[in-house]
Design a protein around this ligand. Structure first.
Ligand SMILES: Nc1ncnc2c1ncn2[C@@H]1O[C@H](COP(=O)(O)OP(=O)(O)OP(=O)(O)O)[C@@H](O)[C@H]1O
Ligand SMILES: [Mg+2]
Length: 287
């Protein structure tokens, strides 16, 4: 398991041996990569981020690297800084210090929320927000076509390509049989999948999910884990979650936040064996 530290830009195994010609390591963490090149390696790079509220540090030197296509779960006790982390990624909270880059060239600390969303970082909040009086398909259509009036959206006809694309999303979210149903008639779980489908319709490069299975039945939770696993590789997903069984089922790499810092990263089994994690997060109980 990796024990995380704030990078100092010069540490790491490959920093040893001045003048030695070494091939660049592929990952930071496994070895040192010059600062200028790190941004090329990660779709999201956050280094030494600090966010203070009235002197209290919600994030305290947090460093996190996410690779393109990765599915990453972020866990931690209440108040660890998980939501604040997402707020920084989406531009709704400005850190006091640190760096946050998306897609190598987008400085997240200089862009506003709208341009960050347009650049491909989409966020799903806990409560599903679908248009209940429209059908499932119409909801997806509206999301695909972007911010127009509802009437304007439905006047413009979908191309065959768009129709196929939305068909793929219906299949992924297993909402095909519900395509013609009003969204208001769906179960809570189906509404959550529809909203995820609406975000996917916008072709995000990074999808941020804040507790997507809260309030779902066990069967719905299993299906959601299937859905997330099937998305792995097609977009980068950051999953903030309290449901440990779900995190285990998703089988992603897990980052543990504690007091605004990354405490540990690894598989669920690895972090479950880490005494510091057990102490900080689980209060003595096993994962
Ligand atoms: N706008 C704010 N003003 C003051 N304090 C805040 C603000 N937002 C967050 N905090 C504080 O920062 C800390 C981190 O909050 P955050 O919401 O990021 O935690 P979290 O890990 O998402 O917790 P939870 O699991 O309960 O959702 C908490 O102590 C919280 O009270
Ligand atoms: Mg939160």
């Amino acid at each position: 398991m990796e024990r995380k530290q704030a990078p100092d830009g010069a540490a790491g195994p490959a920093a040893a041996g001045a003048g030695e010609a070494k091939a660049l390591p592929l990952t930071f963490g496994d070895g040192w990569v010059p600062k200028a090149q790190r941004r090329k390696l990660y779709v999201l790079l956050l280094e030494d981020i600090t966010v203070s509220f009235d002197g209290f540090r919600a994030l305290d030197g947090l460093t996190l690297y996410l690779r393109e296509g990765e599915l990453r779960s972020v866990i931690g006790p209440n108040g660890a800084g998980k939501t604040t982390l997402m707020d920084v990624m989406t531009g709704s909270t400005r850190p006091d210090s640190g760096e946050a880059w998306y897609s190598e060239t987008v400085n997240l600390l200089e862009e506003d929320e709208v341009s960050i969303a347009q650049a491909g970082i989409c966020r799903k909040f806990q409560k599903p927000s679908v248009f209940e009086t429209l059908t499932v398909f119409q909801n997806l259509e509206l999301a695909l076509k972007g911010p127009k009036t509802v009437l304007g959206t439905f006047r413009a006809r979908l191309s065959g390509e768009d129709r196929d694309f939305l068909g793929g999303i219906l299949e992924l979210t297993r909402l095909g049989p519900e395509a013609g149903r009003l969204a208001g008639l769906l179960s809570h779980g189906q509404k959550q999948w529809l909203e995820t489908g609406m975000l996917l319709s916008q072709k995000p490069r990074v999808l941020l999910l804040d507790e997507p299975v809260a309030g779902m039945t066990p069967q719905e939770i299993d299906r959601t884990a299937d859905l997330l696993r099937s998305l792995e590789g097609s977009c980068t997903i950051v999953l903030v979650e309290h449901d440990m069984e779900f995190v285990r089922a998703v089988a992603s790499k897990v980052t543990v936040l504690h007091q605004g810092r990354v405490l540990a990263e690894g598989t669920m089994d690895e972090i479950g064996r880490d005494p510091e994690v057990v102490e900080a997060y689980l209060g003595g109980a096993a994962c």
